[in-house]
Ligand binder design. Structure first.
Ligand SMILES: *Cc1c(COP(=O)(O)O)cnc(C)c1O
Length: 370
């Protein structure tokens, strides 16, 4: 009889499935790495901003020392940009870290965590890692149904995850809907508002979530430098909440969870408004390019407010995997979303114009041959 280690809820975790790395696809399919297009992980196709590269070059000489455990300078940058005190900020090794810290800090085994169907894969993972009970609320039009999420809150529910815009569907909740939800949610339930794609929102859709943090002691807003800021490989994100939440997150995080390179690069990137602007423009142009092609091909897609588009590539449950494999053979990496319960769909990250064009041409030839 073999010994089983750890609690049942840990053994039941299905590992996170990320986008396939370029080198792996090159090996598997015998392709030239330089010809592969990766549109699979919602990374910024412009890569790392030059401002961040320069900051990292300066920081590199000091890597023999531990990072600043409290991230003083980075927090000062966040304070200046968002108008919140240092005591309201938690730095994370990616915003993924913030999501997990929230589950660890607020949820005991057996307690409820509410999130939406077709929402970010890390929410069930973070819930299960602490033995929480996932309360998955059916989506409406591929997005959050906040009224149903409110109704799903049980007396033992401690945490709600809301992604706005949502990944992998790209749906968006207008400010008024979130505010109405915050007004009604019990004060004892922590609400994580995950704004990983906030910077891609058009100016008229932007809303002031920091004002809500000031008003609601149970709200935690999370942000990342991985998407619009082009620093996914460095792993840096942050949470903003009142001290009642922030104190606890900072107690359980690792003392040096954010490395010195990441801190230096994040300071530069957060101040680099020109890069952010360029990324947003590239993204809206790429969105038009992709969705125009989907329209031409008569493919249904979910209107997206992020830097990716969810597109339906067939009507049978094998379609996503099948088209994905054909794309891989042609050196195009996108994200199959069968693990999200969307086996007929693929999620395409918006790339450079020429990358989008390569993907579109490959998709057209695959669909024409079928
Ligand atoms: C990408 C993503 C994140 C976090 O990414 P990090 O790289 O860990 O900062 C968080 N939430 C959503 C919805 C995402 O898509």
């Amino acid at each position: 009889m073999s010994i089983k280690f750890g609690p049942d809820y840990v053994r039941a975790i299905a590992p996170y499935q990320g986008g396939k790395p370029i080198a792996e696809v090159a090996r598997e399919f015998g392709l030239d790495e330089s010809k592969i297009v990766k549109l699979a992980s919602n990374e910024n196709p412009l890569g790392v901003p030059d401002s961040a590269k320069e900051a990292m070059a300066r920081a590199a000489s000091d890597l023999g020392r531990y990072p600043d455990a409290n991230g003083f300078e980075l927090k000062a940058t966040i304070t200046a940009k968002y108008g919140v005190p240092q005591e309201w900020i938690t730095l994370g090794n990616g915003s993924n870290d913030i999501l997990e810290l929230a589950a660890h800090a607020f949820v005991e085994p057996g307690q409820g965590v509410v999130f939406a169907q077709y929402s970010f894969a890390v929410y069930p993972l973070a819930t299960q890692a602490v033995g929480g009970r996932a309360i998955v609320v059916p989506a409406v039009a591929y997005g959050h149904d906040l009224d149903a999420m409110l109704a799903a809150i049980t007396p033992d529910t401690k945490l709600v995850f809301i992604a706005n815009p949502n990944n992998p569907t790209g749906t968006f909740l207008p400010a008024a809907a979130i505010e109405a939800f915050l007004k009604k949610v019990p004060a004892s339930v922590v609400v994580v508002l995950d704004e990983a794609y906030n910077e891609f929102l058009a100016p008229e859709l932007q809303y002031d979530s920091i004002a809500w943090v000031k008003q609601y002691p149970n709200l935690l807003v999370s942000r990342t430098l991985s998407k619009a800021y082009g620093l996914a490989g460095l792993r840096i994100g942050f949470g903003i909440a009142q001290p009642g939440i922030t104190d606890l997150l900072n107690r359980i995080r690792q003392p040096f969870n954010v490395n010195s390179m990441a801190q230096a690069a994040a300071i530069a990137a957060l101040n680099d408004t020109a890069f952010l602007q360029k990324s947003a423009t590239l993204n809206s142009d790429g969105y038009k390019q992709l969705t125009q092609a989907f329209n031409e091909l008569n493919l249904e897609f979910v209107p997206s407010f992020g830097n990716f588009v969810l597109v339906k590539v067939g009507n049978d449950d094998g379609a996503g995997a099948r088209i994905n494999l054909e794309l891989l053979k042609r050196g195009v990496i996108v994200r199959p979303v069968g693990n999200y319960g969307l086996p007929q769909w693929l999620r395409i990250s918006i790339g450079l114009p020429e990358e989008n064009a390569i993907f579109i041409a490959a998709l057209k030839s695959i669909l024409a041959a079928a």
